[in-house]
Design a binder for this molecule. Structure first.
Ligand code: CTP
Length: 480
């Protein structure tokens, strides 16, 4: 694969090449885009390295590309960004210093292409393509990145201790690329991660989290977590998760290793959904098992209440990892808290009222919850798995039937607080809330149907028992 010219389809590659020719400036495509081009992965971010000023060069490119092109310049970093449709082109002068996209430090010294290539993270990310007229499309591969790509290997171009000390985030990136691409990390590079792991502490949590999320979003996230654990990085960046590892044995009774179990659940789920937050729910569903673990000589190991304690732990973990403290966190909390409910249902006799309660608690997230629960079945016993799956199918069927009939998913009280106040001439007070929740419970238990008429009749009966005087009968306001 010496020449890649016929893979550079977009018109702007020619424009960039022309600008290089006209200004007598050498320019190359470099980094992740070249890697992805060879691996046939889709990428819309292109880095160009220029032997000269990236900003001046980008100005000319933007001008030649014509209308609809936006350009942004970052003087302090000596970089420029040009946007065309969904494409992002970034121009930067070659650097002698280490390449650090997020570095706050201004660039120190201009360098050659060779300087630039060797200060990059991995051989597979250090490939470049010449855009000079005389050898347009030629692949420049001083560190045998192409061989490493063929052999599916992640390796630093220089001594890994140097490459990692230039930017310790690269240790996470090594594991992230290994997981995303299903490559192996070369032995020396891998050992250096173990040696340098503590340096990850100087990297901002946000950058670490970006890499962690990319690992979680991979096809088989367990691969990354096993590497994080084995190198010692996991204990530093996400210690709560590391706590799940290990098996205790009392009187010959062992519990399952919840670290590996959780990774199985995550991999199972990854086969079904790209929803990052559902994947986070899988990661955290058993997070409270270590703190709730007890040994009971009669029944063996128990983890009572781990779903509730786990849900309580979620905000602290989100805060620690710099995950968003908003409705996404509340979604994960809800999933963790409810993750046992469908299992319990499928084991028990499935009553309509239990189904209604689950629909009420899960709301629109019921399908996600079912997906999580199915992924949670990691037994190696085929017969058991089959039995669970059959029961889940039954639960799903029941969920559909009950929802069809009772519309509980996005439940709104059929009788509002205003109606109650008007009926008994009451002021806003706790009493109103109490009445509303008695009505809700009656609906969930199936004593009355989920509609205004039945709920209002029930309200009047309740009131009579409690000695509340009816001031005025109120018709269903929705029907007015
Ligand atoms: N790079 C580096 N060290 C880093 C980050 C980036 O050497 N810590 C270099 C690599 O050559 C990389 C390029 O900068 O290929 C672009 O970085 P980035 O856009 O972050 O990553 P990509 O390799 O493009 O991969 P992805 O888009 O999957 O993040």
């Amino acid at each position: 694969m010496e020449n890649l010219a016929d893979k550079l389809h977009q018109e702007f590659f020619r424009i960039v090449s022309d600008v290089g020719f006209e200004t007598n400036t050498k320019v190359f495509v470099i980094g992740g885009y070249v890697r992805d081009l060879i691996l046939e992965r889709v990428s819309k971010d292109i880095d160009f390295v220029v032997l000269g000023s990236g900003i001046a060069f980008a100005r000319k490119v933007a001008a030649k590309m014509g209308s609809g092109v936006q350009a942004k310049y970052f003087k302090n970093f000596g970089t420029a960004m040009v946007r065309k449709d969904e494409w992002i082109l970034e121009f930067v002068g070659a650097r002698k210093e280490s390449y650090r996209r997020d570095s706050r430090k201004p660039l120190v010294e201009d360098g050659t292409l060779d300087d630039d290539q060797k200060r990059r993270d991995f051989t597979i990310n250090a490939l470049s393509i010449s855009l000079q007229k005389k050898d347009y499309g030629r692949l420049l591969d001083p560190f045998n990145g192409l061989d490493d790509m063929n052999d599916r290997v992640i390796r630093t171009p220089l001594d890994p201790d140097l490459t990692f000390s230039d930017d310790p985030l690269r240790m996470m990136r090594a594991i992230r690329f290994s997981t995303q691409l299903d490559f192996e990390i070369e032995k020396n590079t891998y050992r250096a991660i173990g040696r340098n792991k503590n340096r990850i502490k100087i990297v901002s949590n946000e950058r670490v989290l970006d890499e962690l999320n990319l690992i979680i979003l991979s096809d088989k996230p367990s691969k990354g977590f096993l590497l994080l654990e084995d190198t010692g990085l996991l204990k530093i960046i996400f210690p709560q998760f590391g706590e799940l590892k290990g098996v205790e044995v009392i009187n010959g009774n062992a519990h399952k290793d919840n670290f590996y179990h959780t990774l199985d659940v995550l991999d199972n789920l990854a086969r079904k959904t790209n929803n990052l937050w559902l994947r986070w729910s899988a990661l955290l569903h058993d997070i409270a098992k270590p703190v709730t673990k007890r040994y009971d000589p009669k029944v063996g190991w128990t983890f009572h209440g781990h779903e509730f304690i786990g849900a309580k732990m979620v905000p602290r973990i989100f805060k620690f990892l710099k995950l968003p403290m908003n409705e996404r966190m509340r979604y994960v909390q809800k999933m963790v808290q409810l993750h046992l409910r469908p299992i319990v249902l499928s084991e028990d006799h499935v009553t309509d009222s239990a189904i209604r309660r689950l629909l009420f608690d899960a709301g629109d997230d019921i399908d996600d919850l079912m997906m999580l629960c199915e992924a949670d079945i990691t037994s190696k016993n085929d017969a058991r798995v089959k039995r669970y799956m059959k029961n889940f199918e039954l639960v799903r069927k029941k969920l559909n039937e009950v929802e069809e009939k009772d519309r509980i998913r996005n439940w709104q009280p059929p009788v509002s607080g205003e109606v109650i106040m008007e009926t008994f001439d009451l002021k806003p007070s706790k009493k109103i809330g109490d009445l509303k929740s008695v009505i809700r419970e009656a609906i969930l238990d199936g004593k009355i149907a989920n509609n205004y008429e039945e709920a209002y009749k029930y309200l009047l009966q309740l009131a009579e028992k409690e000695g509340l005087k009816v001031k005025k009968l109120v018709k269903n306001p929705e029907k007015e």
